[in-house]
Ligand binder design. Structure first.
Ligand SMILES: Cc1ncc(COP(=O)(O)O)c(C=O)c1O
Length: 385
């Protein structure tokens, strides 16, 4: 086996700690943040940052914030999103929006039904405020009504759509039905739509569907997965008029507001996105997915799990190998990917034969990474129980 025994032992308690190990590597295919090259149009926007700084310093922040939200939500087809009366709050990141939601939820309930698998900082943040989690299998959330016994014991149903790592998108019809069920049981429906920019199927007007159902709802949106803006990003926390949670108060417990410079930058990137930039990004991710699949095509005993995924991450089943063995082998070559156990926050073993690769990278980095992965997979054949 190709494990380099000279490397220090790794102790990573969550996916972000695995991602942190990769941050300084030239072959970082671990985190789902955007690290591809700026497009020509985006470079032009970056070159205008000094002018935006001057503009941000003098204009009213609420005006800039509203323009940024209108451009961003509009680019994503979310035309019914509310802005007035503090209904769309900007945060430094979507994780902060999540923390605010969790702190708000725990004032009125003690349990959340959470999609399984999903990115582990969602369960970690919810558990961090003392909420009990009940797993809802992804297939179940997408295919059938949720059982009454479940809805009676939770204060919130939380769905990530498109999901990370699977890329699965909740259809309009399914969202409508789930929202109706949540309305019926008085349960908050919370959505994390951070990856929706990659998949046109996730760009129907969710806010129209949620509002029509009459349910109490919260949506977390994110600019951070789309554009390579060096962690300059906005997480949005959006809520229904009837949500009856202290979201605004908790937001104000933590922050006054986000940077008007970042908001102006988001507006410009979103306008470019609406003007063809988003379609170009979707094409780039599709090309990168094809590149990785082609490079690994003839490796025996592996599989790409999510046939229809369009998000900027790709799951690879490593067959009879253990994901951590392959992870260690590629790490010795300076390539970092993500082992998948921790996405399966209720039953980690279900993810132990899968790895997640980030596709929002430059093509040469991705190709170099896929080649290292290929030789490691060919060199880690032994069966493990
Ligand atoms: C679905 C999902 N939501 C939220 C986040 C948190 O994003 P951030 O680290 O920018 O706060 C992530 C991180 O990858 C994610 O995958």
């Amino acid at each position: 086996m190709l494990v380099n025994r000279m490397l220090p032992t790794v102790s990573a308690e969550n996916l972000t700690q695995f991602e942190t190990l990769a941050l300084s590597s030239s072959m970082n295919l671990a985190d789902g943040h955007a690290r591809q090259q700026l497009t020509a149009a985006q470079s032009k926007i970056v070159a205008e940052l000094p002018d935006m700084w001057a503009e941000a310093a003098v204009r009213p922040v609420d005006e800039i914030e509203q323009e940024a939200a209108e451009s961003f939500f509009g680019m994503l087809g979310q035309h019914s999103h509310p802005f007035a009366a503090g209904r769309t709050l900007s945060c430094y990141s979507s994780s902060l929006a999540m923390e605010i939601l969790a702190r708000s939820l725990v004032t009125t309930s003690d349990a959340v039904a959470l999609i399984h698998p999903t990115f582990d900082n969602i369960p970690d943040i919810l558990r961090g405020v003392g909420l009990r989690l009940v797993p809802v299998e992804e297939e179940q959330a997408h295919d059938e009504d949720l059982p009454a016994e479940l809805l009676e014991q939770v204060g919130c149903v939380f769905i990530t759509t498109p999901n990370n790592p699977t890329g699965r998108v909740m259809s309009e019809g399914r969202l409508r039905r789930l929202a109706e069920q949540c309305a019926e049981y008085g349960v908050v429906l919370a959505l994390d739509t951070c990856f929706r920019g990659f998949d046109p199927d996730a760009q129907f007007d969710h806010y129209a569907v949620l509002d029509a159902s009459g349910c109490r709802w919260v949506v977390i949106e994110d600019t951070g997965k789309l554009w390579p803006t060096l962690e300059l990003k906005i997480g949005w926390l959006v809520r229904s008029a009837n949500v009856d949670l202290p979201v605004e108060k908790v937001h104000s417990d933590i922050l006054l507001g986000t940077s008007p410079l970042i908001l102006l930058m988001v507006k410009r990137f979103a306008d470019d996105g609406a003007d063809g930039g988003l379609a170009e990004l979707q094409r780039t991710i599709a090309d990168h997915r094809a590149l990785v699949r082609a490079e690994l095509a003839d490796v025996p005993d592996i599989g790409f799990v999510d046939d229809r995924a369009r998000v900027s991450v790709e799951r690879l089943h490593v067959g009879s190998r253990l994901g951590m063995d392959v992870w260690s082998a590629v790490r010795s070559q300076n390539l970092y990917v993500l082992p998948c156990q921790k996405f399966h926050w209720a039953r980690p073993r279900e993810g132990e034969r899968m790895l997640r690769l980030a596709l929002s990278r430059n093509s040469p980095t991705l190709l170099a990474g896929a080649r290292v992965l290929r030789s490691a997979l060919l060199g880690v054949p032994e069966l493990r129980g």
